[in-house]
Design a protein around this ligand. Structure first.
Ligand code: SF4
Length: 317
């Protein structure tokens, strides 16, 4: 298989007035062509910061401070703004941003907004770009005539489909979808997930899906990364991570998914650590039911726990 993306030692920090928040703190992973990859974890675990880092689009006061993001021979982490704009964003990596309800500009018609990346990055006229926009809309299940409508004339699900069309319009290598079903009702959520699956199979897009909701990951991704407090704690094929979760945090997350036929709701007690001053050893130690002395002293290395299945937990030593 061909490696399309290689992330090594990535660190992205926020330099706030109260301290340096280590939101992504030494992350390594690869992505193969044609695969879909999920990144999951609680709010604040660093998954959205990681997604923005992959486009080198982290908003201030955040920035990438170390590591590399290799795509097509380019190191996205080290590129300047002009090169990122001209060579990477939309063309190589595009993003379906969180919150479709507010992501579209209310005063412009859909056609103009869809055409914008093509006009700016594709060097074609607005009329030509709108024609191309009409071609992409049926692929996301929308009538081409909606180019003449304003965002307020569309439902939440239609807006999310427009956002997906916008990400696809430059035919990028990788599409990142950041919480694409948040704020949508369950029926529309299922429709959007089915659309992402269809696009993966029909257009062969390399999808990175970011979500706190493990149940939607199970539907869509081939491989799953679990993040906790700025670090990857487990990575593997989704059947393995769901079927044989190794890391106590992954086990806790899966155990927290509500089950049919019971009123019992499980959760992981405690709170994630303050990322301005994270603990020295395992960052999950304060919440882990299996914590040992070594966990508080030394950061757990990566252990192979199955074929292509890795976990960062001292229980595997
Ligand atoms: Fe728990 Fe230790 Fe494993 Fe961390 S390294 S998850 S504290 S057992």
């Amino acid at each position: 298989m061909e490696t399309i993306l290689k992330v090594e030692g990535l660190k992205t920090y926020y330099f706030t007035s109260t301290g340096v928040v280590k939101a992504v703190d030494g992350v390594n992973f690869t992505m193969q062509r044609g695969e879909s990859l999920g990144i999951a974890g609680e709010s604040g675990c660093g998954k959205s910061t990681l997604a923005y880092s992959l486009m080198n689009l982290v908003p201030p006061p955040g920035k990438i401070v170390d590591g590399s993001i290799i795509l097509d021979g380019m190191d996205i982490a080290k590129m300047d703004e002009d090169s990122l704009r001209n060579e990477v964003r939309w063309k190589k990596v595009a993003m379906v941003f969180q919150g479709a309800m507010n992501a579209l500009t209310p005063v412009y018609k859909i056609g103009k907004q869809l055409a914008e990346p093509l006009v700016i990055h594709g060097n074609i006229s607005e009329d030509e770009a709108i024609e191309k926009a009409k071609e992409i809309l049926p692929k996301v299940g929308l009538d081409p005539n909606i180019i003449n409508r304003y965002p307020h004339e569309l439902s939440g699900g239609m807006k999310q489909r427009v956002m997906i069309a916008m990400a696809l319009i430059m035919n990028p290598d990788i599409v990142i979808a950041d919480e694409p079903t948040t704020a949508l009702d369950v029926i529309v959520q299922a429709q959007i997930l089915n659309l992402l699956k269809k696009l993966k199979w029909e257009m062969g897009i390399n999808l990175i899906l970011i979500s706190h909701d493990l149940s939607i990951m199970a539907e869509v991704v081939d491989r799953l990364i679990i993040m906790y407090a700025g670090k990857i704690v487990e990575i593997g094929n989704s059947e393995d991570v769901f079927g044989k979760p190794n890391h106590p945090y992954t086990q806790g997350l899966l155990n927290s998914i509500p089950k049919l036929g019971t009123h019992e709701l499980n959760y992981i007690p405690g709170l994630p650590p303050d990322l301005r001053n994270p603990p020295k050893g395992c960052r999950f130690a304060d919440r882990c039911p299996y914590v040992m002395d070594i966990c508080r002293r030394e950061e757990p290395p990566m252990f192979e726990v199955g074929n292509g299945h890795y976990s960062y937990c001292w229980l595997n030593r």
